[in-house]
Design a protein around this ligand. Structure first.
Ligand SMILES: [Zn+2]
Length: 291
């Protein structure tokens, strides 16, 4: 397979609504393709960690709705869609929440879940996921933002050895510095931690990624990182895709990408949507208690 540097943004929810009601998928794909260019990879997240592991099947809904369009996507097993005209790959991602924060599992087939729950420790969750899905890459998202596992990882770096984790999302567009969060500059902290880790443990097989964590169609691709990977065009099965993603993400040891300041607009947008869906009382409770 021919691999080259390609732009990837593995962390997108498209819209807050879990049925994708009212989502403009054309706008989502056009924006992703413009920002990421040919060969780009976009993660479409199923499940949302911070609101109680609500079940979602956005990837299936997306596949279904795109089938009948001129994008004419080709399925890569049940784990991804490759759009020929754009050379863009949309890959299914699961974001799940465990006791120390959130975890992204990339490239599982539609219908496949991760064996985690809120009460599990990160150690237990990572081992359980790898037991069932040994080839699916795991990325720890918004490392030092809200629901990030960074502070725990700092104390438990052995978890980054032995192939349990393939990537650390060091920059996330929604990780803003607020007193309720763990750091004033979570993204700076993520990048500094990663560089320090590389210096101390140069042989570690964990790459650095950036993710948008977008909740509206035009957010996709605002943050991206470049990794050396083959195009979705070459993937003949979801297993082949998972193996290539695992290899590529864990090899992304130079931080290369595009990230601006975290988006306060994005955070406010997310906040209003949460209030609309969950009610103000639950949102305030969640901000204060994390539950
Ligand atoms: Zn997310």
């Amino acid at each position: 397979m021919a691999s080259s540097f390609k732009r990837t943004d593995f962390h997108n929810h498209i819209v807050y609504d879990r049925e994708l009601r009212g989502a403009d998928l054309g706008l989502f794909i056009e924006t992703a393709s413009r920002r990421l260019g040919r060969g780009g990879y976009v993660g479409v997240v199923d499940y949302h960690g911070c609101d109680g592991n609500a079940r979602e099947s956005k990837f299936e809904i997306l596949s279904d709705r795109l089938k009948r369009t001129l994008y004419n996507p080709r399925k890569i097993g049940g784990a991804a869609l490759w759009i020929p005209g754009k050379d863009l790959t949309l890959v299914r991602v699961i974001e799940s929440e465990v006791s120390q924060g959130d975890v992204l599992t990339i490239g599982l087939d539609a219908g496949e879940a991760v064996p985690t729950s809120r009460g599990l420790t990160l150690d237990h969750a990572l081992r359980s996921i790898k037991e069932v899905h040994p080839t699916a890459p795991i990325v720890l998202d918004h490392l030092f933002g809200k629901c990030g596992t960074g502070p725990y990882i700092e104390q438990n770096e052995h978890l980054l050895e032995g192939g349990l984790v393939q990537g650390l999302e060091v920059r996330n567009r929604l990780a803003i510095g607020l007193p309720i969060q763990m750091k004033w500059d979570p993204n700076g902290a993520g990048e500094r931690y990663y560089m320090d880790l590389r210096n101390r443990k140069p042989n570690i097989q964990v790459g650095a990624t950036f993710g948008t964590d977008g909740y509206y169609e035009k957010a996709v691709g605002a943050f991206w990182s470049e990794i050396e990977i083959a195009s979705g065009e070459e993937m003949e099965s979801s297993e082949m895709l998972r193996q290539e993603l695992t290899r590529a993400i864990s090899s992304a040891i130079e931080i290369r990408g595009h990230a601006t300041w975290p988006s306060y607009y994005g955070v406010a947008h997310h906040g209003f949507d949460m209030i609309k869906n969950m009610g103000l009382r639950r949102v305030i409770k969640q901000l204060l208690t994390g539950k």
